[in-house]
Design a protein around this ligand. Structure first.
Ligand code: PLP
Length: 472
């Protein structure tokens, strides 16, 4: 499989280069496959849903088959995914795809673990360690730290803004051991990012160490996220008649979105042939993409803090990949988009719990609220010629090709639940009056000793620390 980039379609590179370099340094563009391969008909036409790991392997083979022999790839997949992605029915037309069963309880584990193993694979035979520097404002750091933990030949330093992330998030970051460590920086997330960026341009440092980033734009984080879309769509296709008395439903996937990596992976899954009829991009008040769908003008902006903070992105970098895959007009046909504010998010947690008994986190709640509103009148209003004013929370005025299937009760929704609700216990308690149960793997972390290293917000101090503490 060859890869090209979003800014220069004549670029051709292999998987190893795309994975190890993250983005194309010559153009600043993001890597994408030159062609999207089609899934094997045997996989698509099974009368029962295949297992998550079988789906993952079949897809990984399409993208990595030229570069990684099958037996190695089998091992990588097994090592990445000792957990599953359960598809849970919560009402007669709604499933929740639980993406929080990985070690850090958020969907980013799916991408980060695959990236870590591919990087380690392509890094074999190097005699110097590869040092990953990553700045984080929350979920990314813990997923990346956990993914690389114990991975040979790779060493990870995470920078986070001290006291500016949730206690649980700080605990997750500050309890790594071995080849992963966290620096608690006296400053903001932007300060952390500045320290990391300066390190990458520091020639003295680069001379001594092999440095790399574990950026969210890395193609090896994006591709594995398509595994669970294909898996969920096949499983719903096979069980919908039994669960919902709907044969061959329109399958609509509702994606709580921030940087739009998750949705991009879904679009790729659909192009590969997954039986997905359409998508809903659901955002919080950071509605750059909904606004773009309405107006056709893409206007990135500073982010606004909200209750679904992992989606607080005003300039989503994967917009560039989405427009490399689809034109604006094509996209408006498959993608509905919806945004809500913090009130809507709380309302979403409450309404999901009251109507189904399911406790959803603030990110999933944005998705649930979108789906609930769409089937309870928003789509009907839109089709009757009364679109929502895009300034107000709600559905944007484009009518996707699958809109009629909602009115005909022929659609089922899969809401992606991107984090475990216990990670956002305060918000959940505010909505339903009690805290969600804490999974064992989070509870365990609470009792581990804090190993984070205090770091001033000063490049000289930071680079001296790296020089002294990293092994060359
Ligand atoms: C990162 C994250 C998102 C947003 O995903 P994107 O791929 O950036 O759109 C949503 N929910 C949670 C819990 C996340 O950690």
């Amino acid at each position: 499989m060859e890869y090209t980039d979003t800014r220069d379609g004549s670029v051709r590179t292999d998987l190893k280069t795309a994975v190890l370099s993250g983005m194309n340094p010559a153009t600043g563009g993001l890597y994408i496959p030159v062609t999207i391969p089609h899934l094997n008909a045997d996989l698509l036409n099974k009368s029962y849903g295949p297992s998550f790991r079988d789906v993952a392997f079949e897809i990984a083979k399409l993208y990595c088959g030229d570069d990684i022999p099958e037996s190695d790839l089998q091992e990588i997949i097994a090592d990445c995914y000792p957990f599953n992605a359960p598809v849970v029915p919560i009402d007669p037309v709604t499933y929740v795809l639980e993406l929080f069963h990985g070690p850090t309880c958020a969907f980013k584990d799916f991408g980060a673990r695959f990236m870590a193993r591919l990087m380690a694979y392509f890094n074999r035979g190097e005699n110097k360690p590869l040092h990953i520097l990553v700045a984080t404002s929350g979920d990314t750091g813990s997923a990346v730290g956990s993914a690389f933990s114990g991975v040979e030949g790779i060493d990870v330093t995470i920078l986070y803004p001290k006291g500016k992330i949730s206690c649980l998030q700080e605990k997750q970051l500050s309890t790594f051991t071995g080849n992963v460590r966290a620096l608690a920086v006296e400053g903001s997330f932007d300060d952390c990012q500045r320290l990391v960026k300066t390190a990458f341009t520091d020639t003295a440092l680069r001379k001594k160490f092999r440095l790399s980033s574990a950026n969210s734009i890395n193609i090896s984080r994006l591709l594995p996220q398509s595994f669970y879309y294909v898996y969920a769509a096949l499983s719903v296709k096979c069980r919908s008649l039994h669960d919902n008395k709907i044969e061959n439903p329109s399958i609509i996937v509702i994606v709580p979105s921030g940087n739009f990596g998750n949705l991009t992976s879904g679009l790729i899954a659909q192009k590969m042939g997954a039986p997905i009829t359409g998508f809903v991009a659901a955002t919080n008040a950071n509605k750059t993409v909904p606004d773009w769908l309405v107006s056709g003008r893409y206007e990135p902006r500073p982010s606004i803090p909200t209750l679904s903070n992992a989606m607080d992105v005003g300039a989503p970098s994967n917009h560039e990949r989405i427009t490399a895959l689809y034109t604006h007009d094509e996209l408006k046909k498959i993608l509905a988009s919806y945004w809500t504010d913090d009130n809507g998010t709380i309302k979403g947690i409450t309404s999901c719990h009251e109507r189904t008994g399911y406790i959803i986190d603030p990110h999933g709640a944005v998705g649930w609220q979108a789906w609930y509103d769409i089937r309870k009148g928003a789509m009907l209003k839109l089709m009757s010629g009364f679109p929502n004013n895009a300034e107000n929370p709600g559905l944007t005025p484009n009518i996707p090709v699958w809109a009629q299937s909602i009115l005909d009760n022929k659609a089922v929704g899969i809401v992606l639940e991107t984090a475990h609700p216990a990670k956002f216990a305060d918000t959940v308690k505010q909505a339903i009056g009690r805290e969600p149960p804490m999974p064992d793997r989070l509870e365990k972390i609470l009792n581990l000793p804090d190993r984070s290293i205090a770091m001033q917000n000063d490049y000289e101090t930071f680079s001296k620390w790296l020089q002294k503490n990293l092994s060359a």
